[in-house]
Design a binder for this molecule. Sequence first.
Ligand SMILES: [Zn+2]
Length: 181
Amino acid sequence: MAASLANKPLSSCREADMRPAPIVPVATPTSQPFWDALAERRVEIQRCDDCSSWVFYPRVRCAGCLSSALTWTEVSGEGTVYTFTVARQPTTLAFADVVIPIIAVVELDEGPRLTTSLESVDPADVRVGMRVQPVFVDAGDMTLLRHQPMSERRRLREVHAAVDMEMDSGDEACLIGVQEQ
Ligand SMILES: [Zn+2]
């Protein structure tokens, strides 16, 4: 195999039939439930039954207390951009067709951080702290988890919920103040 490649002129390696297949993850027995959930358009991560820690990436033991009692638990997949970089040059031929991938670390609302890529956003508009929601992308037999900016409607719902919570706690403070007088 190596010998036959070595005998080919370099120019032929650029032909479409030499382009490697897309790179997709390989599920392991430990991570299989994560991929199965993605195929159903859901995000599941592990949670420790003993110390309640969220666990990501998929493991056989809790990173906090070493318990093996981990339960796959559905989460929204929503989170906040923790950091990101714009890969203007593909690092391998398999990514040659991907236009300016934005590689990001997203902190899920439950706490774990995961590496993902951002879609449906101009690289110049990405900000640390930006709210994002999951996108499910089929690639061969796998479904991949990516993220995109949270829809305006969803973001407004979050803002309203936060204001309602503030108002509720404000009412409590008023009541406490009245009782103390
Ligand atoms: Zn634990």
